[in-house]
Design a binder for this molecule. Structure first.
Ligand SMILES: Nc1ncnc2c1ncn2[C@@H]1O[C@H](COP(=O)(O)OP(=O)(O)OP(=O)(O)O)[C@@H](O)[C@H]1O
Length: 253
């Protein structure tokens, strides 16, 4: 059971259409190593994608490429047929395993992120109030963010991403260091993003979480997507030997 977060007025970004996201021939090469080795991918609106794969497979790097934090050595990414621009950047958000928060109050972290996107005044106050309520952080609004527990910090990171009303939310192991209750709280916020119309791309090693949050599984191995399957089909029996080994907890060589 997911701990469903209250919905409030969470909406999804207006503005430019960003889907389909199309990646072609993505490569990341450094020091003679191919960390991402020729990835083609198409993502449509409201998809629920989970990326699985062993440590070092390139899952985080793929998210960072799609989010624009890392530039590919080769290949290209287009959003509804055009390269990433300000409209695209304002429609996507990323949440990391370790929350990256400002050394300011909880509320100031939300206010700053919204101001950076040009959202000010009454609209900003409303979104901050909604985000605090949704993440159940309103009583901690004035606290320094660095004093929050790990679970609270991750709820704040999610609330900050949701306040931006993204159409596409990237999540890189957002619950990797959280206890079960905090994990469910974060999953509730992911669910809230989806109810608001966001597509999600989630990297996780938690198979239960993958089942709860995927319609589609991308299974990565050695910088490649070796399997791209409907979630039900993947969990019923991966097509790839590497996927089978991963699900069975075996080491694939
Ligand atoms: N900025 C970088 N410079 C050099 N190598 C990097 C960089 N970022 C990642 N790598 C390497 O690329 C490979 C893939 O890393 P990545 O973090 O994408 O793996 P992952 O699948 O997310 O693994 P995990 O499940 O352990 O988080 C690893 O071998 C890693 O050491």
């Amino acid at each position: 059971m997911l701990d469903a977060a209250p919905q409030h007025r969470l909406g999804s970004a207006a503005g430019a259409a960003i889907f389909p996201l199309v990646a072609e021939g993505l490569v990341v090469e450094t020091g003679g190593r191919r960390l991402v080795d020729g990835i083609d991918l198409r993502l449509d609106s409201a998809e629920r994608v989970v990326i699985l794969g062993p440590n070092g497979a390139g899952k985080s790097l793929l998210l960072k490429l799609l989010d624009g934090i890392v530039a590919p050595s080769a290949g290209r990414i287009t959003w509804n047929g055009r390269p990433a621009d300000a409209g695209v950047r304002s429609a996507i958000a990323m949440v990391f395993q370790r929350p990256v928060l400002l050394r300011r109050s909880v509320a100031a972290n939300l206010e700053h992120a919204l101001a950076a996107r040009g959202i000010v005044g009454a609209e900003r106050r409303q979104r901050v109030a909604d985000a605090l309520a949704m993440a159940r952080l309103a009583p901690l609004a004035g606290q320094p963010a660095r004093l929050l527990s790990g679970g609270e910090q991750q709820r704040l990171a999610l609330a900050r991403a949701l306040a931006l009303q993204p159409r596409l939310l990237f999540l890189d192991e957002p619950t990797a260091s959280l206890d079960p209750a905090s994990t469910l709280a974060v999953e509730g916020l992911i669910e809230a993003a989806r109810h608001a119309g966001a597509a999600t791309v989630l990297v996780t090693h938690d198979r239960g979480q993958a089942r709860r949050h995927a319609d589609r599984i991308l299974f990565m191995q050695a910088g490649r997507i070796v399997e791209d399957s409907p979630a039900d089909a993947f969990f019923a029996g991966p097509r790839s030997a590497a996927g089978r080994a991963y699900l069975e907890g075996r080491i694939f060589v």
